[in-house]
Design a protein around this ligand. Sequence first.
Ligand code: FAD
Ligand code: SF4
Length: 571
Amino acid sequence: MAKKLSKVPVVIVGMGWAGGIIASELTKAGIKVVGLERGKERDMSDYSMVHDELRFQHREELMQDLSKETITHRNNLKMRALPMRSYGTFIVGEGLGGAGSHWNGQTYRFLPYDFEIRSLTEKRYGKNKIKSDYPIQDWGITYDEMEPYYDTFEKMAGISGETVELYGKRSNPYPTGPMVKTPVLAEFEQAAKKLGYKPYMIPSANLSENYKNPDGISRSACQYCAYCENFGCEYGAKADPVVTVIPVAKETGNLDLRTYSNVTRIVNDGRKATGVIYVDTFTGEEFEQPAEVVVLASYVFNNVRLLLNSKLGTPYDPKTKNGVIGKNYCYQVSSGYSSLYYNDREFNIYGGAGALGIEIPDFAGDNFDHSDVNFLHGAGIRTTQYGNRPIANNNSPIGTPSWGAEFKKQSIKYANSILQVKSQGASMPHTQNYLDLDPTYKDVYGMPLLRMTYDYTAQDRELVKYMAKVTRSIAKKMGPDHIDTVAEQADFNVNTDTNTHNTGGVIMGTDPNDSAVNTYLQMWDAENVFVAGSSAFPHNSSFNPTGTLGAFSYRAAEGIVKYLKKGGSLV
Ligand SMILES: Cc1cc2nc3c(=O)[nH]c(=O)nc-3n(C[C@H](O)[C@H](O)[C@H](O)COP(=O)(O)OP(=O)(O)OC[C@H]3O[C@@H](n4cnc5c(N)ncnc54)[C@H](O)[C@@H]3O)c2cc1C
Ligand code: SF4
């Protein structure tokens, strides 16, 4: 029997970017908040002497422990799903700051096209352009309405960047200027310009200069140390909830932060929640935390899993296409890239930063004509310089054996002489790609695991072929001795694919029949439950998601303040 605690105004499940932003905004408004985080407490001192590739990148110290909880995956309805036992695809965060501690920091806005994708596609190409098995829908809010929230997120995080003409209008320039354009990025820039494209520096949460944000938090400039993706930043240069929003929430005295607290269920009567049940992961003791408002900020997978395990909302059924929880799960497509090998040039690619890169906007969204192609949306075509670390850096041309003397020879030869032109493609929802509960496998607390049914769609595969031609044409202009292009998208493999951007499952919209939350991320079926994070995105853009989920977290916080005053639906 769970021990019942005193009721609080708000309980937040998960303290990453979404939970951290909402906690900061509510506590600044004088609202008492309990923050429940299944992992450990962290502050910047945990990142000191962090440059240990084996410990953090390969043994994944900052990530969720897959022996206690994972997801199961199958490619289609006919297969049996199996648990993911080693990290490939997702690298889920755990501990204060969530994946915001070990992310790269590439911080984009989505396009005006993303928010009104169905209306704008039908307007330009006619009603038949979107096939019936792709449940693509408008988000219920426009880019212009979201712009002030993006602006707030970027000022809090100190995003470094430059204004891009082909994207949505901005009310302010980025708070800090773009990062350093290294010789590697200059190679891409020159080649792209020769082809008439408009390269720009990727917007970055690795600070290009020292910065003090509107909350009074000061952080130092990035050192380009290259231990960024999968690592915490020991300089505080990478925006992370632990060095931005969470200290602000703590400072108010209104945040009761409880780490090692794993939430297993939302207590509810089917129309409203009364609180959550959580387990102290050390003692195994169970608690019930009653609250007026429950906020789920436990990432895509656990946002969906907690709702399904708590029987809140109607589960999506891929056969009838009814129900909303688990619907429109999307990933991204990363094939279509070209690798460039140089025999006589070296580039110092061991230096870099998680968000150091250059990109062209010309193939994003509907910035190019889709009349004669069998896909929607597009890709970010880019060269990045994260810093190639010694253990994982074993690049060699296609056809090289994957072990032995020849492998060793080739990976040493090209260790500092390989560049890539990458393609990060948007992913559209499909009726047969969805999330539900696994009928067999359970976590360490006996709760059913989340099951993912997912494979790349015909539209994804067409997009990859198209973008492969684009990356190869830029690669040729960069003058390497040898180019390998991956032009076909293989089936989705949960252990080897490498993109970390998951969206959908608790999507927003204007109609309770095809969405689970409104644009304040308030559930249609339970007005005092807010579900924050990229689970709310009805499709996945070609951009990294955190700028957009951060912007929506500010909007959700605004909604919760209103809800606590008046109650009822916010729209
Ligand atoms: C290696 C890597 C690089 C990335 N790089 C970029 C990038 O460059 N740009 C970008 O936009 N995005 C990037 N991302 C994605 C980005 O990290 C996420 O979009 C973002 O951090 C998600 O924030 P969140 O708050 O929704 O979820 P999370 O950060 O996952 O936080 C959720 C929190 O909830 C906790 N939790 C989960 N379940 C429970 C439970 N049952 N009870 C209690 N607590 C729970 C977790 O422990 C976690 O701390 C990257 C991700 C990875 C893994
Ligand atoms: S590259 Fe820059 S932002 Fe990233 S960890 Fe190093 S210093 Fe920090």
